[in-house]
Design a protein around this ligand. Structure first.
Ligand code: ADP
Ligand code: MG
Ligand code: ZN
Length: 534
């Protein structure tokens, strides 16, 4: 099979995503008051409504409607003032009422879109496209990993067809067999706890063109949902699930090709790799004169291939019709406005603010703003920095993105656990201002940071206890500088004869004389001054 880069020279990939998100932060299910709890004892959170027993009447959960409207507003959708609930009829043992409540042609949220910024390595999958970017620094004529660093990014808008509300099904566990699927299981167990959990499904227009764009889109959407606080968006636990639809067409063609659908991609990497494989597979089929079958396929990350799950020969007939138990749902202007008023600052706006208010480089601002916990921590730290905020922003951002990130990664923990850990926002402010005021060097700051993690003590206490104070007394440094100059008269002469690189040697001597506690910036300045005078 050809590789993705090669395939994408002749073929254009067309990708659309369907993203299911469980509204896990709500207390109760969509149409009943059963609690939502991941990992509860099977079949303990069920009632006549979510089991669909005859005569039970569903009542929509208003908090869930608020969540979907938040999602719609945050993704630039039009909020429909009247929409309806429909029944989608099908039989499967994980759904005891034999139909799923979903929405019809008009959903709560329609016609939205998100701007996607594709940079650096992520842009390379589109690097052959006219007018987007060129491979710079490709001196050897052979594009390698290093060359792609120079790829310039691009912006692209991804349309959102709709976001509709539906209810989740239960969960099955297939026992025995080798595939973990129902087809060869000895028997299957069913847990109805998840039945009736509110789910929002976002469907994109077929506007994505590369697996990287698909990955970035899903990451961006996840950060928006996390910022809104409507779901924990855990791909491992299945509260965020994504289907990838993909087809190919010859570059220049505007017709859509036949698509295949990859179901339930459970990580960003799987979504990317599954789509990349599928693009290459389809290209091979088409180039050998075959036709792509419209089917649902399953990505096997271990074997690195997709396999047929089911073939769609005719459209599924779900006999969709308006649910007679549920009246059309009307949203008042006041309600929509009250949700709009609750919209938090979204990652893109946060990034802009970090750049304009604190002068952070775009890349740093992006890294901070795209993580909801990290950016909250950063903001908390800067609020605590008061008048020093503008000066401390960059050093604090550096600490968070380097030292703190490295420490969290090494321990396999996420930013959400920062709040409870030994490193407080206040501690980081203290540490950064010690560096800013030259009391400790940035090298010493690393030592203090390690000690903060180990002991939970404040930076000031650690500096005190370890005698780490940087020598910034210019009188004392001047004495040391003059002492070293008289010790090495021949080096002074060489320096004055033009060998200015010797400054490193002099500073090194002074650092040794101060047991590493001299302020290197100050030492450098005083040496330069004295050596020129001498
Ligand atoms: P289905 O009825 O098969 O579920 P939909 O029309 O609902 O198909 O579209 C599902 C998703 O597939 C959407 O995200 C849509 O943008 C995308 N899609 C539709 N047609 C194509 C195509 N030819 N190639 C790639 N993606 C497509
Ligand atoms: Mg579909
Ligand atoms: Zn219930």
């Amino acid at each position: 099979m050809k590789d993705l880069q090669t395939v994408l020279v002749d073929w254009e990939a067309v990708i659309g995503l369907e993203v299911h998100t469980e509204l896990t932060t709500l207390n109760t299910k969509m149409f009943c008051s059963c609690p939502i709890e991941f990992g509860a004892k099977p079949n303990t959170h069920v009632c006549p409504v979510c089991l669909g027993l005859p005569g039970a009447l569903p009542v929509p959960n208003k908090a869930a409607i608020q969540s979907i409207v938040l999602a719609g507003l945050a993704t630039n959708c039009e909020i429909m003032k009247r929409s309806m609930f429909y029944r989608k009829n099908y039989f499967y043992p994980d759904m005891s009422k034999n139909y799923q409540i979903t929405q019809g042609p008009v959903a709560f949220c329609m016609h939205g879109g998100l701007e996607l910024e594709v940079n650096g390595l992520a842009a390379k999958e589109r690097s052959h496209l006219e007018g987007t970017q060129s491979l710079e620094g490709n001196a050897d004529g052979d594009p390698g990993a290093d060359d792609y660093k120079a790829v310039i990014g691009y912006m692209t808008r991804i349309g959102i067809t709709r976001i509709h509300m539906e209810e989740d099904a239960g969960k099955m566990i297939h026992v025995g067999g080798s595939s973990g699927r129902i087809t060869d299981a000895d028997y299957s167990l069913v847990d109805y706890n998840r039945c009736g959990t509110p789910l929002i499904e976002l469907v994109t227009e077929p506007d994505l063109r590369t697996p990287e764009e698909a990955r970035l889109f899903l990451q961006k959407l996840r950060q928006i949902y996390l910022t809104l606080g409507i779901s924990d968006c855990s791909m491992e636990e299945g509260s965020l699930r994504c289907d990838g639809n993909v087809s190919l067409r010859r570059r220049g063609s505007t017709e859509l090709g036949t698509k295949t659908e990859l179901k339930n991609m459970n990580s960003f990497k799987n979504l990317h790799d599954g789509l990349a494989y599928e693009i290459c597979r389809q290209a091979e089929v088409l180039e050998s004169g075959g036709t792509v079958r419209q089917e649902t396929r399953h990505w096997e990350p271990g074997a690195k291939r997709t396999i047929t799950m089911r073939v769609k020969e005719t459209a599924d007939d779900y006999r969709l019709f308006p649910d007679p138990d549920l009246a059309p749902y009307d949203l008042s202007d006041e309600f929509i406005q009250s949700v709009r008023d609750r919209l938090p600052e979204l990652p893109d706006a946060k990034k802009q603010r970090f750049v304009s208010d604190f002068g952070l480089p775009t890349a740093d601002a992006d890294n901070l703003a795209t993580d909801v916990d990290l950016s909250a921590f950063f903001d908390e730290a800067l609020r605590g920095a008061g008048a020093q905020a503008a000066e401390l922003a960059k050093p604090i951002a550096n600490l968070l993105l380097n030292d703190v990130s490295a420490w969290l990664n090494a321990n396999g923990i996420g930013f959400e656990s920062l709040k409870a850990g030994p490193v407080s926002a206040k501690g980081l402010v203290e540490l950064s201002s010690l560096v800013l005021s030259d009391e400790i060097s940035s090298k010493q700051a690393k030592e203090v940071f390690s000690a903060m993690i180990e002991t939970g003590d404040s930076p000031a206490a650690i500096v005190e206890a370890r005698g780490l104070k940087q020598v910034s007394d210019s009188g004392e440094i001047e004495r040391i500088v003059l002492g070293i100059m008289s010790q090495y008269p021949e080096k002074v002469a060489e320096y004055q004869a033009g060998k200015t690189g010797l400054i490193g040697f002099f500073v090194g001597q002074a650092m040794k004389a101060t047991s590493g506690q001299g302020n290197p910036k100050l030492i450098n300045e005083i040496f330069t001054e004295k050596l020129q005078e001498a």
